[in-house]
Design a protein around this ligand. Structure first.
Ligand SMILES: [Zn+2]
Length: 444
């Protein structure tokens, strides 16, 4: 059975070496793994299935069958009393970002390099995987996010499959401009990489991001909250800049996520063709109707508002200069607006806007503010996969998909506390967590 973790030390022997080489050279001989699922929420059907066998060959799901099968030669993973689901996907993370609990955000940014952030990201990626997230979309980081994605893909470090945007694209003085609020004489190589002040520059930046390894594009058409000197109620990118950025990204096969608050800016971005609206806090019934008509996703990111509202109230000194009042003024709105989004029928995908921290907290926030539990599961699985453009690869338990599975002891649709207590994680056929297993209490 394939597990990920430090190898047990063993005496060197030529027999062991030749056996290893043989297995490595002949992947045909890897054993199938059959997961016995007591209850299966497959991410496709609203009704749970009971007593199901999920056969995994290499990194893919080979078949999903009724009953507990035990074909000769296969390894069995006994989850016959547990609830099995597709691995969760967080569509809005900043994989190298710290929670505002220790260091002031500006101080941290100025005293750590991309390499330091890569090591932070490796720790947070591992924690996300342990929480049940087998996929994540990073919407704003530097070269460290590409390096971490590549290291995960190569099996060097554990973590979710990553889609990364590199630096968010927005105008001088906007939410993504790192120089806002600093001495105008301060600069740093790389801070200009997200700055877009014309349609032609938008086209260039999208192409540059693609060549540096991005596989999604993030736009910042409106002001933000956790940034100094800008106003979340203003549209800051022009419609033409958005349109050209979207057209260029789509022509290169990349989706576009857009951080936007005001209703009018949301509607302009939807008409420009963005694939998702991130936050969308000041959206109206009319904006949601337009999003629904265009098939544009909403990623509400309620988690980040909970975390930053508490920080603004209790530790404003940890936030970027002048942003605590913006947090207090705006952070309670998204929760109030969620039920309107749910009623409107707009497609919703799961996103926390966190790096460090508990990525499962969004489940309780979505369900507590108007979403049915099964819809929250879809937000984190099939909807997220569709938003990534990867629905044939991830987001459901069906034959041909990656073997990305999580399990909880009880059904989380009945017991909401279960969302935060994943006891089993498999990604690409490799087991990364298995609580209570007879041989290994916990793998990596
Ligand atoms: Zn974000």
């Amino acid at each position: 059975m394939k597990t990920f973790g430090p190898r047990k030390s063993s005496g060197f022997s030529w027999l062991a070496l030749s056996a290893t080489l043989f297995v490595a050279a002949w992947p045909c001989c890897a054993r199938d793994v059959v997961v016995h699922a007591g209850t299966l929420l497959d991410g496709v059907s609203d009704s749970p299935r009971h007593q199901v066998s999920i056969t995994v060959r290499d990194d893919r799901i080979l078949s999903v069958d009724s009953g507990f099968l035990a074909p000769p030669g296969a390894d069995i993973i006994d989850l016959s009393t547990a609830t099995v689901m597709p691995g969760f996907i967080d569509c809005h993370v900043h994989i190298s970002a710290l929670l505002p609990t220790r260091t002031n955000a500006t101080e941290y940014w100025l005293t750590h390099t991309d390499i330091d952030r890569a090591f932070d990201a490796a720790v947070f990626a591992r924690e996300m995987l342990q929480q049940g997230f087998t996929g994540a979309r990073d919407l704003g980081g530097g070269d460290e996010t590409v390096a971490v994605r590549n290291a995960i893909d190569a099996g060097k470090i554990p973590g979710p499959r990553l889609w990364v945007s590199l630096e968010p694209l927005g105008p001088t003085g906007g939410h993504a401009d790192r120089t806002s609020g600093l001495d105008a004489g301060l600069s740093h190589p790389g801070w200009e990489r997200g700055v877009v002040n014309s349609a032609e520059q938008a086209r260039l930046r999208v192409r540059e991001h693609r060549s540096r390894g991005a596989n999604v594009i993030k736009l910042v058409p409106s002001g933000g909250i956790a940034s100094t000197g800008d106003d979340p109620r203003q549209q800051l990118m022009t419609d033409e800049e958005m349109r050209v950025a979207v057209e260029t990204a789509h022509s290169l096969g990349m989706k576009v996520a857009a951080h936007i608050y005001p209703a009018a800016a949301i509607e302009n971005a939807v008409r420009a063709g963005v694939d998702s609206v991130e936050h969308g806090s000041f959206a109206t019934a009319q904006s949601f109707a337009l999003m629904k008509a265009h098939g544009t996703y909403l990623v509400p990111t309620l988690s980040v508002y909970d975390v930053f509202y508490a920080a603004a109230r209790d530790h404003p000194e940890l936030l970027r200069p002048g942003t605590a009042q913006k947090e207090l003024d705006n952070d309670l709105l998204p929760k109030r607006n969620l039920s309107l989004a749910v009623k409107s029928g707009v497609k919703i995908a799961y996103g926390t806007d966190l790096g460090q921290g508990d990525h499962t907290m969004e489940f309780a926030l979505l369900i507590g503010n108007g979403m049915a539990p099964i819809q929250a599961l879809y937000a984190a699985t099939r909807n997220a996969a569709e938003l990534l453009g990867a629905a044939t690869q991830v987001g459901s338990v069906q034959s041909g998909r990656y073997a990305d599975l999580v399990a909880t002891t009880q059904n989380p649709l009945d017991d909401p506390a279960q969302w935060g207590h994943v006891s089993f994680v498999m990604r690409g056929g490799i087991v990364y967590r298995r609580d209570g297993a007879p041989t290994a209490a916990r793998v990596n």
